[in-house]
Ligand binder design. Structure first.
Ligand SMILES: NC(=O)C1=CN([C@@H]2O[C@H](COP(=O)(O)OP(=O)(O)OC[C@H]3O[C@@H](n4cnc5c(N)ncnc54)[C@H](O)[C@@H]3O)[C@@H](O)[C@H]2O)C=CC1
Ligand SMILES: N[C@@H](CC=O)C(=O)O
Length: 351
């Protein structure tokens, strides 16, 4: 049985949920997926760090209180983060990177990815910064060391979108896409339709684990801008930087606007889109749009996301599913590990 040793960078909602999944489901994964996971190191800015090459108790780890320095209460734990030590010396085969998204330069997460990939250690990440800003160089680095760089959770949480489009729509040429790509802002708009005020809805999205560390990124569209750049670059062959994507968020949408929309059977949605132009260039934008009831995206509510791909052979293809959430996003990390395992198995390499 293959066992992958995993190091966790960032131990917030997503990696803690992955740890709980490991505690609950490892033996089932042995049968269903053909591998098990063992956590050999964790580093978090706030909680501290811990390494055990023989494997940490996932249940005990998942139960560590979210209190500053609390890893120091575990045997062998430390109150300080130690990202580089965990990457270099925990003996991990795979690093699960889930620290804060930095939309400006993708750091320090991009450096964490580089340190791992340089060592030939594969990276699975839900962090949009390194993917939107540095995917090309990180993929090239991974290829040069025989590692893999996987990032399905960077767009639409655990709902399969990037791999699905690349692998299953290959040959039906994607010419553009239009989607609801931020769980928090869609949750806020839906909550406002149900009478909650903007600030109350944002607070609920934070409590439910949907929002970014600074939810301004969600409601001002900056998070969707990263996701549009990722999708355009991965699926349309673009080379967009996030700032190439025209961006407007939902913070100016009022309860009055939402009520007016309801009168004409329409809904406000924050839409991210990109389209190949006749001259080969890619136009991309993020903006609130008033969608009529017959639009495939109109009925998508709460933290659910959806994307419609425009394809030449199939016409529009819409994928709907979770757009945010701790467990939902932890699943994306698992899906990336499944992909790494399948590639290794197919190429005859065992870990
Ligand atoms: N929560 C969600 O629904 C989704 C989250 N993401 C992305 O996944 C990542 C993780 O998300 P969450 O777990 O929800 O965030 P979170 O805010 O709950 O946890 C992030 C953790 O990373 C730690 N951290 C930050 N900088 C660090 C550093 N330099 N070194 C070590 N630890 C560091 C923080 O202390 C925190 O515990 C973020 O980049 C987020 O944008 C992506 C898709 C969905
Ligand atoms: N804050 C983001 C999390 C996923 O990327 C969102 O709300 O969609």
């Amino acid at each position: 049985m293959t066992e992958y040793k995993v190091a966790l960078l960032g131990f917030g909602g997503v990696n803690r949920a992955l740890t709980q999944l490991i505690a609950d489901r490892n033996s089932r994964w042995a049968d269903e997926l053909g591998f098990t996971l063992k956590v050999v190191g964790v580093s978090d800015l706030y909680l501290g760090s811990i390494i055990d090459k023989d494997g940490l108790d996932a249940q005990a780890l998942a139960a560590v209180p979210a209190v500053k320095g609390s890893f120091a209460t575990l045997p062998g734990g430390n109150a300080e983060p130690a990202n580089e030590t965990v990457i270099r010396f925990s003996g991990a085969d795979i690093v699960a990177e889930a620290t804060f998204t930095n939309p400006v330069d993708g750091e320090p997460a991009t450096t964490f990815c580089r340190w791992s990939l340089e060592k030939g250690v594969s990276v699975v990440t839900t962090n949009k910064g390194p993917v939107a800003l540095h995917a090309q160089s990180l993929k090239a680095l991974a290829q040069s060391t025989g590692a893999r760089f996987e990032f399905e959770g960077a767009v639409m949480s655990g709902t399969p979108v990037i791999r699905l489009a690349k692998e299953l729509l290959a040959g039906s040429q994607i010419t553009g896409f239009k989607g609801i790509l931020n769980g928090t802002s869609n949750f806020v708009l839906s909550s406002m339709e149900n009478g909650l005020d903007f600030c109350g809805a944002v607070a609920q999205a934070q409590a439910l684990g949907y929002a970014e560390a600074d939810p301004t990124a969600d409601v001002e569209g900056h998070d969707v801008r990263l996701k549009v750049a990722i999708l355009a670059n991965e699926l349309l062959g673009a080379q967009l930087k996030p700032n190439d994507v025209v961006c407007k968020g939902i913070s100016q949408i009022t309860a009055g606007n939402i009520a007016e929309a309801a009168k004409v059977n329409a809904r406000w949605k924050l839409i991210g889109s990109a389209e190949k132009q006749a001259d080969g260039s890619i136009s991309a934008s993020v903006s609130p749009q008033l969608l009529p009831a017959d639009d495939a995206l109109s009925a998508v509510s709460g933290a659910t996301n959806a994307i419609t791909f425009a394809t030449t052979l199939l016409g529009p293809v819409t994928v709907v599913g979770a757009g945010a959430g701790r467990v939902e996003t932890a699943f994306a990390l698992l899906a990336d590990i499944v992909s790494i395992h399948n590639h290794k198995t197919a190429s005859g390499k065992s870990s």
